[in-house]
Design a protein around this ligand. Structure first.
Ligand code: AMP
Ligand code: GLY
Length: 435
């Protein structure tokens, strides 16, 4: 088979490495891929959002199966375009991708189908939004009014603003709706109640009928240790997530996963692909914080190494609506992924630094922002490179991941030193975990 993976991050590198294990995958292309991915497949310099060129390439290179990983091409309808050209794909249609591309769509879906989420209101008029903030904060101390303001559309992961005071909430409305910090994505906003509790990421395969959640994971979104610093795309992850017990998994299946799939079917937007549930485990039960219409990054880098079944077989079964016939088996091990980033990330950073990669042992090395030139790797992005280690215990996985990441260096490189620390602390309080 000729396979094509769209995207260029660590997530896509993990996908390619997993797909490669299937002997049917004769030729794998990544569009555009990155320096490190070119060791595992052929990278083709076509942007993930250049739909016309991607479709032409797929036809010209007799692609049998395409995997569309990032949100932008999914929201733009790449899967629809490839289907029109007779090419099988893994990933949702544009209609189904709205579950991530429009927060208003997602919130209305949850409200209509009683899927537990934060209480909210939607606004397209900034003045009405300001009045609502006043009404929510009335009678509360100036610094005791927490609200979350979210731009409706895609905003490179920056469209969510956590506001601790009335003034911060109003400033968020001004930034998003009046100054249009995220362009058209800020035409509408969602203002929602601030929830508290541990966060869990669940990646689930679904063909619109069957839902198969994979092992739970925990992202580390902030740039610095102890969850300080700015929000990033994710600085590392661990799996499984110790807060996500069997009991909570059952509740989520019953109250969140299946109702979401049914709700999408009822909307005529059947979801086929990987649906990502960003959950918060509040004292009142699990709540959906966000849906993503795709594999998470970096969650994919810890979840796929724990997948024992064949990824390509599962993805083809999803496309052909026969997921129920496929066995999806996870390893009972633990995984830890640590990412090294360029100084300055997630704000301005320099590119083009030479990357030295020493002996990373058994760890898997996933490239995201790298470029290959004359046999050497150079930095080419904010998140540059990550490693994933697996082990029988989370403690050992964390230790091995740090041993491996410390073998990779470049000018200005930094990584968090506490990936997995919260999970290790939590596990002491949990029963029934396998580590
Ligand atoms: P998102 O971009 O939707 O992933 O949101 C980014 C982060 O904002 C989430 O991972 C949460 O940590 C936080 N967040 C989003 N919504 C809420 C909420 N209602 N209450 C508290 N934190 C939230
Ligand atoms: N790790 C969160 C995301 O992929 O959006």
């Amino acid at each position: 088979m000729n396979i094509m993976v769209i995207g260029s991050g660590g997530r896509e590198h993990a996908l390619v490495k997993a797909i490669k294990k299937n002997p049917l995958a004769e030729k794998i292309y990544a569009l555009p891929g990155n320096g490190g991915m070119s060791l595992d497949c052929e990278c083709v310099n076509i942007k993930a959002t250049d739909l016309d060129s991607i479709v032409d390439f797929a036809i010209g290179h007799k692609i049998d199966f395409a995997v569309v990983a990032p949100d932008d091409p999914l929201a733009l309808g790449l899967v629809d375009r490839l289907h029109d050209a007779g090419i099988k794909c893994f990933g949702p249609t544009a209609k189904a991708a709205r579950i991530e591309a429009s927060k208003v769509f997602a919130k209305e879906l949850m409200k209509e189908y009683s899927i537990p989420t934060a209480r909210y209101e939607t606004f397209c008029d900034p003045e009405k939004a300001m009045e609502y903030i006043d009404s929510q904060c009335a009678g509360k101390a100036a610094n005791a009014c927490s609200l979350v303001v979210k731009a409706d559309g895609l905003a490179l992961g920056k469209g969510v603003i956590i506001c601790a005071t009335r003034e911060e909430a109003k400033k968020a409305i001004k930034d998003i709706m009046i100054d249009r910090a995220f362009g058209k994505s800020g035409e509408r906003v969602v203002i929602e109640e601030y929830l508290e509790g541990p966060e869990v990421s669940i990646l689930a395969f679904t063909d619109g009928e069957t839902v198969v959640p994979l092992v739970s994971s925990m992202d580390h979104k902030r740039a610095l240790d102890e969850d300080k610093g700015l929000n990033t795309g994710g600085m590392g992850a661990v799996a499984p997530n110790p807060y996500y017990t069997e009991e909570i998994a059952e509740i989520c299946m019953r109250d969140i996963f299946m109702p979401t799939i049914r709700a999408m079917n009822a909307r005529g937007a059947t979801f086929r692909g990987c649906l990502y549930f960003g959950l918060m485990l509040t004292k009142d039960g699990p709540r959906v914080i966000e849906y993503n219409c795709r594999f998470g990054d970096p969650e994919t880098q810890v979840v796929l190494p724990l997948l024992k079944s064949d990824l390509l077989d599962i993805m083809m079964a999803v496309e052909d609506s026969r997921l129920k016939d496929i066995e999806v088996e996870m390893s009972r091990e633990c995984a830890c992924c640590v990412i090294k980033a360029s100084a300055g990330y997630p704000e301005a950073y320099e590119k083009g630094k030479l990357i030295e990669i020493g002996d990373t042992g058994e760890a898997l090395v996933f490239h995201s922002g790298t470029r290959l030139e004359n046999g050497r790797f150079y930095t080419n992005g904010g998140r540059v490179i990550g490693v994933t280690a697996t082990a029988a215990t989370l403690g050992d996985a964390v230790k091995s991941a740090y041993e491996a990441i410390d073998k990779i260096s470049f000018d200005g490189a930094f990584c968090r030193r506490d990936i997995g620390a919260k999970a290790l602390k939590a596990k002491g309080r949990q029963e029934g975990l396998w580590y």
